[in-house]
Write a protein that binds this ligand. Sequence first.
Ligand code: 5GP
Ligand code: MG
Ligand code: MG
Length: 182
Amino acid sequence: MYEGDIASVLITEQQIDEKVTELAKQVADDYPADRSDLVLVGVLKGAVMFMTDLARALPIPVQLEFMAVSSYGSATSSSGVVRILKDLDRDIAGRNVLIVEDIIDSGLTLSWLLKNLESRNPASLEVCTLLRKPDAVKVDVPVKYVGFEIPNEFVVGYGLDYAERYRDLPYIGTLDPKVYSS
Ligand code: 5GP
Ligand code: MG
Ligand code: MG
């Protein structure tokens, strides 16, 4: 699939699988099942693969909510100005909420999202991201669960796209430069 478009595989399907299991254990330890169901908030569309795998790996009941946001800025860097395209279906007041992200780059989108969700008075609010890039340290956002720290390269696969393509790859890789120039 996508023959020749992928320059290198950064994280294999098996490495993702092992990491999801590991993260699920950490999360489950922190949220005993005797409290009300944990609410996973996924940010569309990139976090979908990670969110559904994480939900199935978690040995505690979870509820799934999705938000779609668009950040103003260029295609490759975000400005931190965010607009809600699709909001949560339910009230999260008093609930334990875990934001599930595909990747944190500048951290601006997440910083905005944390403020927005915090204002809805959840009982708790934490973040779980599969990937984090080095620039994320510049914005002070508390991220409790991180799968992989990756270098400052543009990656695709496992939910992450380039022009809406490659989300369906089961692994995470970098693109051949010819893809950008065609
Ligand atoms: P931030 O506000 O943290 O800069 O933006 C995060 C969003 O930018 C991610 O949810 C994702 O949509 C996009 N993004 C950042 N880095 C990458 C990358 O390497 N690959 C892809 N496909 N999207 C990225
Ligand atoms: Mg995202
Ligand atoms: Mg994208």
